[in-house]
Ligand binder design. Structure first.
Ligand code: CA2
Length: 147
């Protein structure tokens, strides 16, 4: 079972700036703890890019890579990109949208997401735990389907 975790623009700065919004954990440490938690149950692939096109390419590649589910924090592209949800619809791989912060408690422009209507679920405001919760959900669902 393969689960791809995609992080979008500026999430490589986690733990370095704005800890009051995004916490103290770096993206690397989040990656390490998710891997540790699930290494016996699934192959977890991490990908971060600041570029919309690279994220679209990765989503398209996930078919060749036999990815079963995607967890995506598209960062600010959540609120602007049509290409990313189009790519997700194109590959027809189920995905969960994750946000570290509660986007609904923030500026109005963060309340709308182009991804949410196509997502299996949306998790916002649980910090880094959102990634684990999403992976855990997919592992359980994929097991039920004997993947
Ligand atoms: O809460 C989230 O996870 C967001 O997806 C993060 C995005 C933001 O644009 C979304 O509205 C909500 C921003 C990621 C920027 O991350 C930084 C981390 C540390 C320092 C600066 C930016």
């Amino acid at each position: 079972m393969k689960i791809l975790i995609i992080n979008g623009p500026n999430l490589n700065l986690l733990g370095v700036r704005e800890p009051e919004i995004y916490g103290n954990l770096t993206l690397q440490s989040i990656e390490q703890s998710v891997r540790l938690e699930f290494e016996k149950q699934a192959e977890i692939i991490f990908f971060q890019s600041n570029s919309e096109g690279e994220i679209v390419d990765k989503i398209q590649d996930s078919l060749k890579m036999n990815v079963n589910a995607i967890v995506i924090n598209a960062g600010a592209y959540t609120h602007t990109s049509i290409a990313i949800p189009d790519a997700l619809s194109g590959v027809k791989i189920p995905f969960i949208e994750v946000h570290i912060s509660n986007t609904f408690a923030r500026e109005e422009f963060r309340h709308h997401s182009y991804l949410s209507s196509k997502a299996t679920a949306v998790i916002a405001g649980l910090g880094a735990h959102g990634y684990s919760a999403a992976v855990q959900y997919f592992i359980q669902k994929l097991r039920e389907k004997n993947v």
